[in-house]
Design a protein around this ligand. Structure first.
Ligand code: ATP
Ligand code: MG
Length: 565
């Protein structure tokens, strides 16, 4: 059993054992009911008052055992399912959190949403519950047949022979149902992705008067998912129809043969009644097992899909975990493109020394964000070498990179929680550290006005762009990592606040700062030890402000253009 399927059973053994025991007892009770019915019929046709007393006693015992077993089942069966699903969902989500950013970004988030809602529900019924039900059905079939054989062998053989018909039906048509279930899951992914996207862009849709066009998109996807579901239902119904009619043929065979044997006085009328009762035990599974096994197979393929989606094909990590940074980050002949044959960065050679501050400037699309994303290990298919203190970045565990670098991205993301939670990322920090991080990022006034427990709204929608940025700056400063990377982290701040925040950041001791900036503000640029100028993926120039101005090269022209704008 693979590790994903194991999650249903680990720490769930007691519930599982009692569930199975109650299922066995339930089957025994069902078989016993046939014996009681036979007894009733035989007592009625040729019994005595003494037999009636015995019958009454048996019936009472039957009832008491039935109630007791139902109670056991109610408790352990439901607990088993609950725990199995909690553990499985937790395991899948923890695996998902283990993925690196690099292997997550490429996928559509709608896929994961669909997995944790729709697919999980299908797995609950189609696998976890189905496993138990299938066990019950098989036991019921075998015990039913055994009891039948005890009463009359010829009739039993006839039932067995006729049962092959419905079994054949489910074997033949099961495969097509399985495909339909998979199709529904795939369509659901598309549907969830689209709805998520359209709702996120609600205000854009409204302000651009695109309701009709968006509705058309919705209509198309909605029709597709409902068609897929319809196809699944139709195939399911077709299988039910075929197996119901073939079951009817089995019943008819049993009735006719049973009646004939009773007329010939080979069996009693009570035995015919017992057979009718036992037929339910045998035919029920014959009808239900096919669809159940098919649904189970489809659920297994969903479990496999979850396994593929949540297990990352991670890079080979050979170096040991590294937490501190003592010397330098070097890029040697680094070239990279998102697509094959395309190159965004071209032969980049750079050194970032410990404790110094760097600002990367360049036109939009010149590759600034791409460059820092390479340092963060987001892409692993670049040419050349990136080394941190002489260790190849590709061999470092991703967790080491996240321990060394903290990054303030161009697109700030805030959780739908308080300002405090968004700064601490739900962790516990010393109060003084939080206050200091807030001061340095210019949040003190905001915190005093709104309070740190102010709810930020979905992706910080209750805050201004600049406030969101400052929260994300505080979030990074609080981590006190040896390297701080900022990608246009102050772009939404006014010149004065931006300068204050950047001054604070430049005062930080022992921290290596790599800052991407659009702002060609002389005062701002002078704060940094070195300016790196990117032009179309190439490092065009590098050096201090005055020297670059003296050079009268690409930086100079860039500076003149923005200054006069
Ligand atoms: N995930 C991606 N997939 C494909 N192409 C991308 C991706 N991200 C960026 N690009 C492309 O790579 C080029 C460099 O993008 P990058 O984001 O590094 O520019 P930038 O210098 O940060 O620009 P800006 O100042 O506008 O933020 C652009 O042409 C962009 O279209
Ligand atoms: Mg960028």
């Amino acid at each position: 059993m693979n590790i994903y399927k194991k999650q249903f059973y680990v720490k769930n053994k007691l519930n599982f054992c009692f569930t199975i025991i109650s299922c066995v007892l339930m089957t025994a009770i069902n078989v016993a009911s046939a014996f009681i019915l036979k007894l009733i019929m035989d007592v009625a046709t040729s019994g005595s008052l003494k037999d009636m007393k015995r019958l009454f006693l048996y019936s009472m015992v039957y009832l008491i055992v039935l109630i007791a077993v139902m109670f056991i089942k109610r408790r352990y069966y439901n607990n088993f399912i609950k725990k199995a699903m909690v553990q499985f969902k937790e395991f899948a989500f923890s695996k998902l959190l283990d993925k690196s950013i690099n292997s997550f970004d490429k996928e559509v988030t709608g896929r994961y949403i669909s997995i944790f809602t729709n697919d999980m529900a299908s797995i609950e019924t189609g696998y976890v519950e189905a496993n138990l039900k299938i066990t019950v059905q098989i036991m019921s079939f075998l015990c039913g047949l055994a009891a039948m054989a005890y009463f009359n062998l010829i009739l039993t053989l006839a039932v067995l022979a006729a049962s092959f018909l419905p079994i054949l039906v489910s074997v033949i048509f099961g495969k097509s149902l399985e495909e339909k279930v998979r199709l529904v899951s795939a369509k659901n992914e598309g549907f969830v992705s689209m709805v998520k996207d359209l709702l996120t862009g609600f205000s854009v849709v409204k302000s651009f008067r695109a309701e009709k066009e968006i509705f058309n998109l919705y209509q198309k996807e909605n029709a597709q998912i409902e068609n897929a579901k319809n196809g699944k239902r139709k195939t399911g119904d077709f299988i039910t129809l075929l197996s119901a009619s073939s079951s009817f043929l089995v019943e008819l065979t049993t009735f006719l043969l049973g009646a004939y044997l009773a007329i010939q006085n080979i069996i009693t009328a009570g035995t015919v009644i017992a057979f009718i009762q036992l037929l339910n035990l045998v035919l029920g599974p014959v009808e239900a097992l096919g669809p159940m096994l098919t649904e189970r197979k489809a659920a297994v393929s969903l479990i496999n899909k979850i396994e593929t989606a949540t297990t990352a094909a991670e890079k080979k990590e050979v170096s040991e975990e590294k937490t501190d940074f003592s010397h330098a980050i070097t890029l040697h002949d680094v070239s990279f493109g998102y697509e094959k044959e395309q190159s965004i960065l071209k032969s980049v050679n750079l050194t970032f020394e410990k404790g110094k501050s760097y600002v990367i400037v360049g036109a939009s699309g010149s590759g600034k964000s791409t460059l820092v994303n390479l340092l963060l290990g987001y892409h692993n298919n670049f040419d050349g070498e990136i080394k941190i203190d002489g260790i190849d970045l590709m061999t470092l565990p991703t967790s080491s990179l996240y321990n060394m670098f903290s990054v303030i991205q161009q697109n700030v993301f805030l959780f739908d929680s308080t300002i405090q939670d968004n700064i601490t990322m739900f962790k516990t920090f010393e109060k003084a550290d939080v206050t200091q991080a807030m001061e340095k990022s210019g949040l003190t006034k905001l915190a005093a006005e709104k309070g740190v427990n102010y709810k930020c709204g979905e992706n910080g929608s209750f805050l201004s762009g600049g406030e969101k940025q400052r929260i994300s700056i505080a979030r990074s400063l609080l981590r006190k990592t040896p390297v701080l990377i900022m990608d246009e982290a102050t772009s939404a701040l006014d010149l004065k606040t931006a300068r204050l925040v950047e001054e604070e950041i430049n005062k930080l001791k022992d921290i290596t700062r790599i800052v991407i900036s659009h702002r060609m503000d002389e005062g701002n640029l002078r704060l940094y030890d070195r300016i790196i100028v990117l032009n179309n993926g190439i490092v065009a120039e590098e050096g201090e402000f005055d020297r670059l101005i003296e050079n009268k090269g690409y930086f100079y022209s860039l500076f003149q253009v923005t200054k006069s704008a």
